[in-house]
Design a binder for this molecule. Structure first.
Ligand code: ATR
Length: 293
């Protein structure tokens, strides 16, 4: 296990993010900002952890050597199979991004959906006022958490469209709640026309990210009240969001999802619910500008 940026203070309240690779993670900036801001002792580091080292990490959490941590690529599913207890959300998603210990047992939760909803509630209050039809572009891990969150929020018709249709179908089958049939899969080639009637559309694919081609989609069919969201946050304004703003539609970037998904973990490890502030947002934007990612 490789410790990066950690003083490894024995006994101090500490948490970390694990993954492989991990050097790109901005979670330490977020949690150390909150620790400093709230005047709390403790530290949050990043650790490169290989698959064979996941049990060591969980033992550190179980023993209290670590208060807990965040889990990122490629370990979210493996950790979900290894923790002692899963929240209902993590069980449904089969993936964990936040762990902590209670009474000697390691718990795993998935806060991506909470972060997604909290970001939209924050940046676009009332975004879910018309909760009939939502369109989700993509069917990867992020889409899974988002589809589940949209169902929980009460959307009546959630359309999933993905380049690989079979992956969209699998997601719909796995998340469909008994007999309610609120999930639909639509051919990727129909992604522009399906937007007619959608109150909300979100890009969960990697298209539009720095270094990737833009998402090819036409927004002409979208109603004027629709909210367009891109979970990509580098760049902050993707081609999709610019096209939405040019059409006068409300557009929400993905940076807040990264910030808000961190809130529940911090509250569990350090005992206070932190705030997502403009200052924190700016810290991440400045870091992105420095590293050009
Ligand atoms: P994550 O866990 O972050 O969601 P992922 O599981 O790798 O990441 O999913 C990436 C998403 O981007 C998928 O929906 C993927 O489509 P496929 O399932 O067909 O692979 C989508 N994606 C990536 N590159 C794409 C491209 N060039 N065109 C269309 N969709 C693309």
């Amino acid at each position: 296990m490789q410790l990066d940026g950690s003083k490894g203070a024995a006994g101090a309240a500490s948490a970390c993010v694990i993954g492989d690779p991990i050097a790109h993670s901005r979670s330490p900036i977020i949690h150390n900002y909150w620790l400093a801001n709230l005047g709390l002792p403790g530290e949050y580091t990043r650790r490169r952890v290989l698959s064979a080292e996941l049990d060591d990490f969980l033992n550190d959490v179980r023993s209290g050597a670590l208060r807990g941590g965040n889990v990122t690529v490629p370990h979210k599913e493996a950790i979900a199979r290894k923790v002692d207890r899963l929240t209902d959300t993590a069980r449904r998603l089969g993936a964990v991004n936040t762990v902590w210990a209670e009474d000697g047992l390691v718990w795993g939760d998935n806060t991506d959906g909470t972060g997604f909803l909290a970001n939209l509630d924050d940046r676009s209050p009332g975004w879910d006022a018309v909760s009939d039809m939502a369109v989700v572009l993509g069917a990867g891990g992020a889409a899974r958490a988002i589809v589940f969150a949209l169902l929980q929020r009460g959307f009546l018709d959630v359309v999933i469209t993905n380049r690989s249709e079979s992956r969209a179908g699998q997601l719909a089958t796995e998340l469909e709640d008994e007999g309610k049939s609120r999930l639909r899969v639509v051919d990727w080639d129909k992604r522009s026309e399906i937007l007619a009637g959608a109150a909300f559309v979100v890009n969960t694919t990697s298209l539009g990210m720095t270094g990737q081609p833009p998402l090819p989609i036409e927004l002409e069919c979208l109603p004027a009240h629709a909210v367009v969201h891109d979970i990509v946050y580098a760049p902050l304004e993707t081609t999709l969001l610019k096209a939405a703003r040019d059409r006068g539609l409300k557009a929400v970037d993905g940076l807040g999802m990264l910030l808000h998904q961190a809130v529940p973990g911090f509250a569990r490890w350090f005992g206070q619910k932190p705030q997502v502030t403009q200052e924190l947002r700016q810290l991440i934007v400045d870091d992105m500008n420095r590293s050009k990612t």
